[in-house]
Design a protein. Structure first.
Length: 105
């Protein structure tokens, strides 16, 4: 069973379009905060706030090397999300299959 607190943090993090966009960019590979900032019409501190939410949900990790901070995807909790979605996909597919059988009779 998926932890509801973890799932809530994931959905909260992904509810924002900027954070979803950041995650999408990071699927292509790690990026520094300096590289991310120009994609969004906001300051590096504003990007950092979005990164904090993503990091609290364990969707990303940051590595600091001297003055540079590199951000990359942490796939662990994406697997949690995938498990949750798969459970409900299976449930609804079963219900729709039953409905189809009932309608065809």
């Amino acid at each position: 069973m998926v932890n509801n607190e973890t799932l809530g943090a994931i959905f909260k993090a992904l509810a924002d379009p900027t954070r979803r966009s950041i995650v999408e960019r990071l699927t292509k590979g790690p990026l520094s905060v300096d590289v991310l900032s120009p994609y969004y019409n906001m300051s590096a501190p504003a990007i950092t706030k979005h990164l904090n939410v993503l990091e609290q949900a364990a969707l990303i990790k940051r590595v600091k090397q001297s003055r540079n901070v590199t951000v990359y995807i942490d796939p662990t909790h994406f697997a949690t999300l995938e498990t949750w979605v798969a459970t409900y996909t299976k449930f609804w597919n079963s219900k729709l299959d039953q409905l189809e059988k009932h309608i065809i009779k």
